[in-house]
Design a protein around this ligand. Structure first.
Ligand SMILES: C[S@@+](CC[C@H](N)C(=O)[O-])C[C@H]1O[C@@H](n2cnc3c(N)ncnc32)[C@H](O)[C@@H]1O
Length: 427
């Protein structure tokens, strides 16, 4: 790709465009970027490039002759090329990523004409220009900034300029979407964590998360772009459905906190348990459907100092019990085994209240619970869940818990006692 920029300020433009990525590509011969001084083509002694406007008015207008002579010289040196002459103008069509793709695809030579002052003699535009492009609906002093922006954006699509096509095909505006959020080290900065999924190494999950973020960001930041999308891919439609559901969830605009439950919290704990009961019922799971977990069970946990409540601001949002007591049935694990010789505690009665389901409360709950486990000096956490409890299994999986086998839990008589056992080894 060759780009000739016709300007009154060639040194300034050249200095910018021969830096960094484009500069390196030019050195390798992948790009040729020339900045040509229009003033060198004047035919008057004063090297004057502009004159007063006919009809009066402010400022000066660039004369057609120097522009045309400059352009002719450039075109003579580019015979045989597919050339497009572009005048940068606030009156042109707005330049977009689609324009960049088109220019890169259809031409191997662009001539970018930079106006200055009040603009250029209209007859030059009529006679010599193939199209006018604008950087946006605002007025710049000259076309140089627009020329640099367009050159940069077109050139980075030229093969070999960036290390891989993927460098730009995943970026904002490539397929009508904005890019997903990006993070780099460290894992935690000023109290903000890198999303867990990006640290987990599961490539399929990362791709799915990123696509969802692209859809969400475009919807929220650029509703005008979002409206233009015509999404048909079933995966995208599924992600959109998830996003719409997520958006109905409360925004966590208050600090999350955790504390040990006290006897006065029993009603709160029962109410969170009732939320969980309703959800389990909805999914056809006969766990927690009758008198369990009841006030007696919670009071027992509270007295042992093992029952915890999570709050969003002042509002209860979740609960869990973390006990060092071994649980009945855990030792008789089948189809697998616990990691031997590791001190452990057991996680029970974990639930997030209906209002906070699908928010970061669950992740916070897991983090807090693991910190408590560490402070107890144990090396692992064991837990169990019903095999049909898919959301709990997903949560466990995302939080680093691994399936260890099957157990039988007999706390609820006349109900399916089969549970799947999970374990996380603490780092
Ligand atoms: C001050 S402007 C002239 C504006 C002109 N009098 C008008 O109102 O349409 C001087 C030069 O800056 C460049 N320019 C200004 N705004 C631009 C934009 N939004 N996009 C591209 N080039 C622009 C053009 O090359 C233009 O000739």
């Amino acid at each position: 790709m060759r780009i000739d920029i016709l300007t009154l300020f060639p040194n300034t433009v050249s200095a910018v465009l021969h830096e960094s990525i484009l500069g390196r590509a030019a050195k390798k011969g992948i790009l040729e970027i020339n900045c040509v001084q229009i003033r060198d083509f004047t035919e008057n002694r004063q090297c004057q490039v502009d004159d007063y406007p006919y009809g009066g008015g402010w400022g000066c207008v660039m004369m057609a002759q120097p522009l045309k002579s400059c352009l002719d010289t450039v075109l003579e040196s580019a015979v045989g090329r597919k050339t497009r002459v572009i005048y940068l103008s606030p009156q042109g069509k707005t330049f977009t990523q689609e324009t960049a793709k088109r220019l890169r695809r259809d031409y191997d030579h662009l001539v970018l004409v930079c106006g200055h002052y009040e603009g250029v003699d209209e007859r030059f535009i009529e006679k010599c220009v193939d199209e006018e492009l604008s950087l946006g609906d605002f007025v710049l002093t000259g076309g140089e900034i627009a020329a640099m922006a367009i050159t940069d954006s077109v050139c980075r699509l030229v093969p070999g300029v960036l290390s891989d096509e993927e460098c730009y095909t995943g970026e904002s505006h490539w397929d009508g979407l904005l890019e997903y959020p990006q993070y780099t080290r460290p894992d935690e900065w000023e109290g903000l964590d890198v999303p867990e999924v990006l640290r987990g190494g599961d490539h399929a999950k990362i791709l799915r998360w990123r696509r969802k973020q692209q859809l969400l960001r475009t919807m929220q930041k650029r509703p005008d772009l979002f409206e233009k999308l015509s999404l048909t891919d079933p995966e995208d439609l599924q992600l959109l459905a998830e996003i719409r559901k997520d958006l109905q969830r409360p925004v966590l605009d208050q600090p999350l906190s955790v504390r040990q439950a006290v006897p006065e919290d029993v009603q709160t704990l029962l109410s969170i348990a009732a939320d969980a009961r309703a959800m389990l019922k909805k999914y056809g799971i006969d766990q927690w459907q009758e008198d369990y977990p009841n006030a007696r069970a919670f009071l027992y946990d509270i007295q042992r100092g093992e029952c915890w409540l999570v709050f969003h601001g002042e509002e209860p949002a979740g609960m869990f019990t973390l006990t060092t007591e071994n649980s009945p049935g855990y030792d008789a694990i089948t189809d697998g085994k616990w990691t031997p010789d590791l001190s452990f505690c057991v996680l029970h009665r974990l639930a997030v209240s209906a209002k906070y389901r699908g928010t970061d409360v669950a992740a916070y709950l897991f983090r807090s619970m693991e910190e408590i486990a560490r402070s107890l000096g144990v090396r692992s956490i064991r837990t169990d869940t019903h095999k049909k409890n898919r959301s709990m299994k997903r949560l466990l999986n995302e939080s680093g818990y691994r399936y260890r086998g099957n157990i039988v839990v007999l706390v609820e008589p006349d109900h399916d006692p089969a549970r799947q056992a999970f374990e996380k080894i603490l780092k």
